[in-house]
Design a protein around this ligand. Sequence first.
Ligand code: SIN
Ligand code: MN
Length: 219
Amino acid sequence: MDALVPVPPSRPAPGAVHLPGWLGLEEQRRLVSACRRWATGPVPLRHTRLPSGGVMSVRTVCLGWHWRPYRYSRTADDVNGHRVAALPEWLAETGRRALADAYGESAETREYVPDTALINFYDAHARMGMHQDKDERSAAPVVSLSIGDSCVFRFGNTESRGRPYTDIELGSGDLFVFGGPSRFAYHGVTKVFPGTGDAATGMASGRLNLTLRVTGLTD
Ligand code: SIN
Ligand code: MN
């Protein structure tokens, strides 16, 4: 989207940093084509089934560790039993660089090695309800990268799904990091704006979001 008024970087809460347009077009294209490959297998992109019997409106594929409500495993036992694809070194390095740009260079950012990526695809109607990322055994920050259509990302507090929260527009190439006092803040996606992405990224429609995380798990 050609933003007439560029969105400035912001810190909506302590430990939460939004850097708009952090990924250049080439990096976005590389991620889109890699995600297309990962979407085909060994574990295909699919709607995650919830214990309630419903399904999530986003479609997801994972790298490194497979997430399902509410745990991680190496194999996707709720899909086809296959081991998920490895998280490539270049993507972990993108996560490390993202953290350093959001927080500044420090021992924490130098040593950040995400071992899982949850890749979510949103069509025009997909949403994500307010939730905490709390199935990891590590409190290391979450790095979120968005490509394609813009959305409203609701970033809340650590106590409840309700107020106070901040609604942030996440556009293509945006980086959002939440760690420290914000690591377990509730967050969700309330709306996607169809047709706001740039086809030059390789995304003709919809929104792609990758979250890089440290699970703290070992085999
Ligand atoms: C997530 O909470 O896992 C995804 C957030 C997003 O799509 O921006
Ligand atoms: Mn989340």
